[in-house]
Design a protein. Structure first.
Length: 129
């Protein structure tokens, strides 16, 4: 099961809830593939996965687009060889890849509000599947 992470800015009132972690449906390969349609490197890994399942885990992590500053739940796959790939799409330009900064799950983060730039707080608000 995944968890719901609320990000709140006490300065400007920004509040958003992100589904992080993973659910049962997210272990199906076709569903995982759908998150990475813009990534050329991902297509190589897809072929490797179809021949031999060597991914360690799939999950969503909190991320921030470096182009626009928007926070989002970012899909990530970790492979047994230590490599990882994460989504690079953002609503600011859905037809382009973006540099996305990822934050560690369930750890206090030094994240700034995408609206006003002040420090935000995070809180677990429930579970999702």
């Amino acid at each position: 099961m995944g968890y719901l992470c609320e990000v709140h800015c006490p300065g400007c009132g920004y509040k958003q809830i992100f589904p992080l972690g993973c659910g049962r449906k997210d272990y199906k390969l076709k569903r995982i593939y759908s998150h990475f349609d813009l990534m050329d490197l991902w297509s190589v890994k897809v072929m490797a996965l179809e021949k031999k399942s060597n991914y360690l885990t799939f999950r969503y992590r909190l991320g921030k687009c470096r182009d626009c500053g928007q926070l989002q739940a970012v899909p990530e796959v970790l492979f047994t060889d230590g490599t990882s790939f994460h989504g690079r799409t953002c609503d600011c330009n859905v037809k382009a890849e973006h540099e996305i900064s990822l934050y560690e799950d369930r750890e206090p983060i030094k994240l700034k509000c995408p609206k006003c730039g002040k420090k935000v707080t995070t809180q677990e608000k429930g579970m999702w599947d």
